[in-house]
Design a protein around this ligand. Structure first.
Ligand SMILES: NC(=O)c1ccc[n+]([C@@H]2O[C@H](COP(=O)([O-])OP(=O)(O)OC[C@H]3O[C@@H](n4cnc5c(N)ncnc54)[C@H](O)[C@@H]3O)[C@@H](O)[C@H]2O)c1
Length: 324
């Protein structure tokens, strides 16, 4: 099969991680169809391209999903209700996206006999770490409905692999950062929020003493992992992590150097539910997909700051949107 014989469906392709992956798939010569309900993603995130088709539809609709799956050889499932706090406030609604919607996609992919399904899981499946780094075999104890939903997706993918021979790989992303992450969303990641404040002469806000550490991975590396996973024979579960942790005060130090904002961080009381330290073991990513992260944190943050200074609006006519 040549690259242009491979037709990739990306659910949630108009979002942050999805749109970067779509860019990479198109640049690599694949045909791409995006299925998105544009609840948080937007058409402006996507390029106009002869091999890109954009379909407005919802993964909670079996009709939308099965129509979007027609002619597809590979499927990347990213669409989700992505907010941990919203999943706590309304677990039922969250589950309709993250369990039933995911099941619609997996079932349709099995019926279409796709060559490979890759889907977004999350480091949220681990909960409070009992050991570090977090390896794929670490016992799971999610702390939120969101984390539990991603775990259920992993179990369903495993079951459908044996029931319907659906080859799948679930990717547990750690803290992804990069351009197109909306800093004004109440659910925005800490990197986007710090940069937005520091570039507008406001002090970054830290909950607690700032000693919390995370494994920050640049979205370009996540897009590489998605693409490689789609065309690899590996099935199961794999972390998408750098294996390095940085605490929030170190992050602010680095951003101070890169932005020139000298305002000291404003500290608010720690959040009880905040995990103190988290970072992933990237060994399986290296062994299974031959990938190591390409962007250092300094390089990724520089890209993001550069992008922030560019206009966020693409000066192109919006691509054609079709209804599923
Ligand atoms: N960003 C991170 O740090 C991170 C970490 C771990 C896991 N993830 C997972 O990665 C995936 C992508 O996340 P993201 O950060 O790009 O978020 P995002 O909000 O930018 O992208 C999600 C996309 O899905 C679409 N969508 C949401 N509900 C839908 C529905 N019912 N039907 C169709 N489309 C729908 C949205 O419009 C959006 O375009 C998600 O599954 C998320 O849970 C992200």
């Amino acid at each position: 099969m040549d690259n242009d014989d491979k037709h990739v469906l990306v659910t949630g392709g108009a979002g942050f991680i999805g749109s970067h992956t779509v860019d990479l798939l198109l640049a690599s010569g694949y045909s791409v169809r995006v299925l998105d309900n544009f609840s948080s993603g937007c058409v402006a995130n996507l390029p106009q391209h002869e091999h890109l088709e954009i379909v407005q539809g919802d993964i909670r609709s079996r009709d939308d999903v099965s129509t979007a799956m027609l002619g597809i050889t590979h499927c990347l499932h990213l669409a989700a209700q992505v907010s941990v706090s919203r999943s706590v406030e309304d677990p039922y609604d969250s589950a309709t996206h993250n369990i039933l919607g995911a099941l619609n996609v997996m079932q349709a992919a099995a019926q279409a006999k796709v060559t490979k399904l890759v889907y977004a899981s999350s480091a949220a499946v681990y909960g409070t770490p009992t050991q570090l780094p977090l390896g794929e075999e670490t016992p799971l104890q999610p702390l939120s409905p969101y984390g539990l939903e991603k775990w259920v997706d992993e179990r369903y993918a495993d079951l459908l692999a044996s029931l319907h021979h659906l080859p799948s790989l679930g990717l547990r992303y750690f803290n992804v950062y990069g351009p197109r992450q909306d800093p004004h969303s109440p659910y925005a990641g800490v990197v986007a929020r710090f940069i937005d404040r520091m570039l507008t002469d406001q002090a970054p806000v830290v909950f607690g003493d700032g000693s919390q550490s995370r494994d920050f991975i640049y979205v370009g590396d996540v897009a590489r992992a998605n693409l490689t996973a789609l065309f690899s024979a590996q099935c199961g579960i794999c972390n998408v992590a750098t294996g390095q942790r940085i605490d929030l005060l170190e992050l602010i130090d680095l951003l101070t150097q890169l932005t020139g904002c000298l305002l000291p961080a404003k500290h608010l009381p720690a959040k009880a539910e905040d995990i103190h330290h988290s970072y992933g073991d990237p060994q399986r990513l290296a062994d299974w997909l031959s990938l190591t992260p390409q962007w250092t944190l300094r390089e990724g943050l520089s890209e993001l700051i550069h992008d922030y200074h560019q206009t966020m609006v693409r000066h192109t006519a919006p691509p054609l949107i079709m209804n599923a």
